[in-house]
Structure formats: structure tokens, C-alpha cells
Design a protein. Structure first.
Length: 111
């Protein structure tokens, strides 16, 4: 089943004449998160365009896991693992009611 949201022409006209500081393309997890952060800082005029509705693409079927970047260990990219781990803490701090830690045990056997 496919759903196509027709653009609201009034909003399209507003985007043509309104002076924006930032135009975000894509209303998925990253785009909406960026708009949220900009709105919390205030004073920034932001617009959003997306080919569908908010979070209707890959954001509509996520694994619901925010990982700590362990897969980057395979490439020995410790800087990226460290960055992913510290970024993982951000949602715990800003939206604690929406996320919770999930302890994971990784077994490793070397013969």
C-alpha cells in the first residue's frame, strides 16, 4: 500500500517568499532532530521540505536502537567509536522519557 501526501500549495507559496535562515531537506530522524535543536536555540527561521510526510521513509521502520558504534571497532576506528558513544548519551539527556539504556553483552571466543 502506498500513500502520497499532496503538497499544501499554501506552504509552497510561503517557502517562495519567506526569508529563511536554514532550509532542511528531509523530515526523517536527522532532519527533524536538527529542526528541534534549532527551535530550542531560538532566533532561527527554519523551513522543512520532504518528498513525503514526516518520518515516512526509513524513519518509519527503525530498529529503535541507538548504538554506541561498536561496529566501527572492526576497522579500528577508535575515534569514531568514542564519538558515537558520547553522542549516544545526548537523547538520554534531552528526552529521557523516550529512550532507555539497553545493556548488551558481546561474547568473544578466540581459539
Amino acid at each position: 500500500m502506498s500513500f502520497r501526501l499532496e503538497p499544501d500549495l499554501k506552504n509552497v507559496e510561503i517557502l517562495k517568499i519567506e526569508k529563511l535562515d536554514i532550509l532542511v531537506i528531509g523530515g526523517g530522524f536527522i532532519g527533524c532532530g536538527l529542526i528541534r535543536d534549532l527551535a530550542m536555540n531560538g532566533g532561527v527561521k527554519v523551513g522543512l521540505i520532504d518528498q513525503g510526510d514526516f518520518a515516512s521513509g526509513t524513519s518509519s521502520t527503525p530498529s529503535k536502537l541507538i548504538h554506541g558504534g561498536f561496529r566501527y571497532l572492526l576497522n579500528h576506528d577508535l575515534a569514531l567509536v568514542s564519538e558515537a558513544y558520547s553522542e549516544r548519551e545526548v537523547p538520554l539527556r534531552i528526552v529521557p522519557g523516550l529512550v532507555k539504556p539497553l545493556p548488551v553483552v558481546i561474547l568473544n571466543y578466540i581459539r
